[in-house]
Each structure stands twice: as structure tokens, then as C-alpha cells.
Design a protein around this ligand. Structure first.
Ligand code: ACM
Length: 545
């Protein structure tokens, strides 16, 4: 990428077309194996791309992207393209091989995802403007190094989570993040759609969720550029903010074209006050107007840090029906195997005070309120299974004292470890994802030594690229997780998430177990041109030596 930028500068200065080869050593994530010669091959005007039926949609989108950014006038061909894709079942899922010779580029993959990632690699080698979908210099030519790449991801789960409850982010901003995820070969968008502060997913049978449940007041505002934080006052209404059904479908489809699965999260049975605000009958104490149980027990929508004590009354059949109805809706929107049902930070105070929860505990022969959560999780998981779906949970579902591991093992959930739990998941044979909150993977934490506001103030690119996941057989991947209690502007989402999410992507794909931070920094600095052209507002101070 760097050489390409240099050649553009030369072309601008001299007013002539200059061909330049790109460099495998600038690629992020770094491929598993690569050999590169000093020679290169120029991509011809009228370049053809041939593809078997299996990959033709991806090949067509590649041709369109190239033509939007260059004068190459690429076209699809039946066979013998300058770029020739073919199926090879011996190649691992999502992997590819690429041989670049003076005649062109031979790509082999066993899946459309593998073919897509090969074409993403070519786009990255072509340069920032192709990645950003922006027309380059008219005189520019594009060349690839003669050489070979053999590539496959380290992990099957390479994720980015965005919380759209604490603050709402428009569909357009989500698509912008999905574009970047695709460039760096991330493949799961974990969409945290509900929490105490707002419910953002339309559910046909419960229309108040996206009206009363999606309207907050006097929320926390932060402006990282000005290093300011404030509240607008009790009268300042925020919302209602929710996605339309069309937007949800659009985001799922947009992600799919980029080989990204969308994993919806409906956080339960805690983190539910937005829903309870809309439907107080879902609380253990529907009539409670205020603080009967605890100062943090109220049906008011939440607008501070921390979590409400007002949680779902899991002993109420209407609540179980509600959750099942929500699962039905999720199944309609999201075509993938996994549904995330949260389970983190669930206070049990309300259940301790609830006669009907206590009665249910006795009837089911459970030990205590925490076992009641395990029982609830199993109920919902069993229901998801009837739709052919499986569930994901946060680590508290296994790490809270008195969690019933017999029940949990029957559920066999994927466990997202943010506050430990990796060892317990591994010991119990549960597949898990590593996203430690204090280890560089909570990429909403503001920057150490830079930011006055925001969570943590201990973040850095260096942490995100040097904290290594445990070497567990059952570890299926890692995730960059982004909470938004203190982030409401799209530019600040980008400022904090980037460049760290690119570091996470490197870790998720590359098989290099111990990272050389200086080498990675040299490489990622060369990606500034893409971030600039793509209009991303990244933490530029992280990209300096
Ligand atoms: C979490 O950060 N509460 C999963």
C-alpha cells in the first residue's frame, strides 16, 4: 500500500502514469504463508475475472468495486480470466491460495468466503482508493507482486460487538463499520440491541418496546474531540430511536454480502428495564412506582452507568411467552445458527423479594435465585433449539457462584468471556470467545494518557495487539467489544474503535502467536490512507512511532 501511495504522488507531480507493485508485507491481517519476488505483473485495462458458479456473486461484486475505483474496465469472463477463481475442496473453510504470475492470478478456495477473502487481499494490494471505493488518480496503474499466498484464519469467530442501546447508532454508521470489518476479514457482527437504556429491535407483538422502551431522557453526552462530557437536563428527550424492520433486513443483507454473520443479542433476564418500562407487568413488582425494594429498583428507563435491579420476573408465564415471542422474531430477522441471550450482570434482589419466584424455586427443587437464572437460561435455550438455533451467553452464566453447571452443560452454549470464565469454559468443554474487558479487547475504553472522559482510560493499540488469547482447544475466537454508555457520536465510535479493531482483526486471523508490536505498527501506519479515504475518524495518536 505504501509503495502505491508513493507512486500516486510521483504520478501527480510528473503527470504521467507510473506502475508500482504493492507489497505482501503491508497486508493486514498477515497471511499464513507468503513468498514474494521482486517482479510484478500489471493489471491490464479490460482485465477479466473468471469464476465458477459458486463464487460468481463475489467475483461480480469485486469487478464492480474495481470499476468504481479505477479505469481498469474489468469484466466477468467464463474461463481463463486474468484473475481466475476455481474450487479446490482440499482448502480449509474460509482459506484460499493465490498464485500471482506474469500471466495473472490463480485463486483457489473451497468456499465462497475463501474466494471473497482472496479478492479482499487483492483489493488491499491494489491500494487505499480501491478499498475505500473511491476513484483513484486517472493515470494510476495497478500492479501485483509475482508470488504466492496460502492463507486461512486462525479462528472461526472474528467479531466486533456494538452496543446500540446506551446510545443509538444509525444503520448507515453500522454499514460503514461492516465495510471496515470486511476489509480486515472479520466475520461476525454482534449487535447488542437491548439493554436497560433502550430497546432498538422492532417486535410485532410488543409495539411499545420501540416507543416507550426506546425513549430516554437526559442521557450522558461526550465529545472526545473537545474532551467534554455533559448532560442536557431532565427535559432533554432522547428518542424514540429504533431500527425499522426494513433496516434490520438491510443490515443483515449488507453484512451477508461481506461474509459477515449478524448475531443479535437480547440481553436477559437482567439489563431489561427498557422493556419493563414499556411493559411493567414483566417486573416482579409491576405496581412499584419507586424504590420499594432498592434505590436501583424502578421501572424508569435507565440513564446512568451500572445496571438496574429491576429484572424480568422469570416466574411469570407471560414473561416466558414474551421472551419466546422475541426469539420467534429474531428467527425471522436473522438466518444464522446463533442467538445471544446475554445473561451477564443479573441482580437477583428482585427474585429474592418475589413470592412467586420463591415459590417456583421450591417447586422446581432449585437451590437459590442463581439456579433460577440457570433454569431460565435452559428454558429459553430449549425454545431456541426448537427453531434449530443455539445460544450464546456472557460468562456470568457459568461463573456466578451457584450457577447450575449440569443444566448449563446440557445447553452447551458458546460462552463470551469478558470477566474470566475461559478456564471454566475450557474445563467443561464449552466453546468460548475471548473478549477481556481490561485486556485491550473492550475497544470503547478511552485512551490512556490522552482522554479525559470515557470508560477505563487505559486503552491502547499496543494492548489490543499484544494481549494474546489463551491456547484453548475450545476457544473459537476473539472479539472487539464496544459499549456505548459514554459514546454517542459516530465519530467517537470510530475514534475509539479504530485503529484497535484492526489490531483485533490481525489477532483473530493471523496465525502468528506472539506479536511483534513494532512490526505491526509499521504495517498499520500504512493503512492510514485507507482510513482517511474511507472517512473514518480514527485515534491517530495510536498510529505514531
Ligand atoms: C458486559 O460487559 N457486561 C458483558
Amino acid at each position: 500500500m505504501k509503495k502505491y501511495i508513493v507512486s500516486l504522488t510521483v504520478a501527480l507531480v510528473c503527470g504521467v502514469a507510473v506502475s508500482s507493485a504493492s507489497d505482501f508485507n503491508t497486508l493486514i491481517p498477515r497471511p499464513s504463508e507468503m513468498t514474494q519476488t521482486l517482479s510484478d505483473v500489471t493489471m491490464p485495462i479490460g482485465m477479466t475475472v473468471s469464476s465458477p458458479a459458486d463464487f460468481v456473486d463475489d467475483a461480480g461484486r469485486f469487478v464492480a468495486a474495481v470499476n468504481a475505483a479505477t479505469n481498469l474496465n474489468a469484466t466477468l469472463a467464463d474461463a481463463n480470466g486474468f484473475i481466475a477463481l476455481s474450487v479446490n475442496h482440499a482448502i480449509p473453510a474460509e482459506g484460499y491460495t493465490m498464485t500471482i504470475s506474469p500471466r495473472g492470478v490463480d485463486i483457489q478456495a473451497s468456499s465462497a468466503s475463501g474466494a471473497f477473502y482472496a479478492l479482499q487481499t487483492i483489493k488491499q494490494l491494489m491500494g487505499a482508493n480501491v478499498l475505500a471505493g473511491k476513484p483513484g488518480e486517472t493515470a494510476a496503474t495497478y500492479a501485483l507482486p509475482i508470488g504466492t499466498i496460502k492463507d486461512q484464519p486462525r479462528y472461526e469467530y472474528r467479531g466486533f460487538m456494538l452496543d446500540v442501546s446506551r446510545h443509538f447508532f444509525e444503520a448507515g454508521e453500522i454499514k460503514k463499520m461492516l465495510d471496515l470489518m470486511a476489509v480486515y476479514k472479520l466475520n461476525r457482527f454482534h449487535w447488542h440491541l437491548t439493554d436497560d437504556q433502550g430497546w432498538r429491535l422492532p417486535v410485532k407483538k410488543y409495539p411499545k418496546l420501540t416507543v416507550q422502551g426506546a425513549t430516554n431522557r437526559n442521557i450522558l453526552r461526550t465529545d472526545f474531540a473537545q474532551q467534554k462530557q455533559w448532560r442536557e437536563g431532565e427535559d432533554a428527550v432522547y428518542g424514540p430511536f429504533a431500527y425499522t424492520p426494513e433496516e434490520v433486513h438491510e443490515i443483515v443483507a449488507y453484512a451477508k454480502e461481506r461474509h459477515i454473520e449478524v448475531i443479535p443479542e437480547i440481553d436477559m433476564p437482567g439489563h431489561m428495564v427498557a422493556a419493563i418500562h414499556a411493559y411493567p407487568e414483566f417486573s416482579t413488582d409491576p405496581k412499584s412506582k419507586k424504590l420499594d425494594v432498592h434505590e436501583d429498583f424502578s421501572h424508569e428507563i435507565w440513564n446512568k452507568r451500572g445496571v438496574s435491579r429491576d429484572v424480568l420476573d422469570v416466574s411469570n408465564p407471560k414473561v416466558i411467552r414474551f421472551v419466546k415471542d422475541v426469539i420467534d422474531e429474531l428467527v425471522e430477522y436473522f438466518p444464522y445458527e446463533y442467538i445471544h441471550i446475554g445473561g451477564d450482570e443479573c441482580p437477583t434482589l428482585a427474585w429474592e423479594h418475589s413470592k412467586s419466584c420463591q415459590k417456583l424455586i421450591k417447586k422446581l427443587g432449585l437451590k437459590d435465585v442463581r439456579e433460577l437464572q440457570s433454569w431460565f437460561t435452559k428454558e429459553i435455550s430449549d425454545y431456541a433449539n426448537t427453531h434449530g438455533r443455539k445460544i450464546i451467553v456472557w460468562n456470568e452464566v457459568i461463573t456466578e457462584p451457584n450457577a447450575n453447571m449440569e443444566l448449563i452443560k446440557e445447553i452447551n452454549p458458546v460462552v463470551f468471556c469478558w470477566l474470566g470464565g475461559e478456564q471454566k469454559a475450557e474445563a467443561n468443554g464449552l466453546r468460548h470467545v475471548y473478549t477481556p474487558f481490561n485486556g485491550g479487547y473492550y475497544i470503547n475504553r478511552s485512551y490512556e494518557g490522552v482522554d479525559k472522559h470515557g470508560a477505563g482510560r487505559d486503552g491502547s493499540l499496543k494492548k489490543s495487539i499484544t494481549v494474546m488469547p489463551p491456547l484453548h482447544d475450545n476457544l473459537i475466537g476473539i472479539q472487539g467489544t464496544f459499549w456505548t454508555e459514554e459514546v454517542d457520536r459516530p465519530e467517537d465510535l470510530e475514534y475509539l474503535a479504530l485503529p484497535r479493531l484492526i489490531g483485533i482483526a490481525e489477532q483473530a486471523w493471523s496465525t502468528q502467536v506472539n506479536k511483534d508490536y513494532d512490526e505491526f505498527l509499521d504495517r498499520i501506519i500504512q493503512h492510514r490512507a485507507y482510513l482517511d479515504l474511507g472517512g473514518y475518524n480514527y485515534g491517530a495518536h495510536q498510529l505514531q512511532k
